[in-house]
Design a protein around this ligand. Sequence first.
Ligand code: MLT
Length: 407
Amino acid sequence: MARINENYKKLQEGYLFPEIYKRTVAFQKNNPGVELIKLGIGDTTRPLTMAVVKHLHEVADEMADESTYRGYDAEQGIMELREALAKHYKKYGVNLKADEVFINDGAKPDLANLQSIFAGNSVVAVQDPVYPAYVDSTVISGKTTGYKDGKYEGIVYMDCTEENGFFPDLPKQNVDLIYLCSPNNPTGAVATHEQLKKFVDYAQEKKAVIIFDAAYSAFISDVGLPRSIYEVDGAKTCAIEVNSFSKLAGFTGVRLGWTVVPHELCAEGTKPGEVQALWDRRQTTMFNGASNIAQLAGIAVLSEEGQEEVREVIDYYMHNAKIIRDGLAEVGLEVSGGTNAPYIWAKTPNGLDSWEFFDKALNEAHVVVTPGAGFGQRGEGHFRLSAFGKRENIEKAVDNIKKNLKI
Ligand code: MLT
């Protein structure tokens, strides 16, 4: 008799973005002809850059030729890409070995799957507000019991508020796995060296492991801010870093990312190398590697020409972020994020809850925002705007907000 994983029943509502999509479609059905501007999900809009496209064409030709066709590659990723990524980290003064870099098909699956190499009763800590995949995967893997007042029992929520600059204090109790995201989705806050160091010290002392989501690191322009947790002394012994080509190079549809599991990383009772080997074992069993076409395109992104091109695209999105920030501030909203991150985080006006504000922005300004409550209890009373839209849409959205949003 097959029985379902009952943990799925513990999940609250739908995943955030499908829920936004559902509401947006309903609005469009009831208001045909109204042009909606979607600044909800952080989906890229700039096309792939020339260096990548040129390489993709070459790869397509190679795949069409019997003598250069490639089938399966290594589950851990094509060595040339792993090496290119290890070299990429040298820019930040971080030395990695290529076999510490595991190629994936985007950050999200690994951010969830990494839990499977740690004990099932691990206590997980997350920032609140939080990218929902960390929480939902914790629930699905059976680490929570009930749900009360907007929180799952069994998860340790680390509050991120205006008061602490949206970076949490250390957890008061012992935790085993800690998700940190910087630049942060959704708040756009970026952790400093000192802030990360506190967590690294905590993790070393408690033998906890940090799962560091660096998917937006390319948006940091302030040279004083860390782009990798490995810029912090000691992090290799206690942190796994996950990153992605999605926002870095417009690969949201192409699908490519990477996870770094350093040899030095240890969990309770393991020797250096064992956790890395465990992840290797997990990947070779459950993953057949990212698309080789995507991986070869990834190598082009990391080339000198590719890096120059993606820099321009990132600058474009960051200019969008500035337009949004300035526009929201002009209408009197309290804004943060959007300077070293592509997300702008703002307080809802007049004490509206975040789904009320979602409906208001949809109806009055025809702009789709992401309601903060979708990111957890501490997201309530806030909303997020994404800077990944096309410039004309960003300008139109800000214009609509200025002219039509009744605050
Ligand atoms: C977001 O809007 O938070 C992201 O695009 C979602 C994701 O990367 O999965």
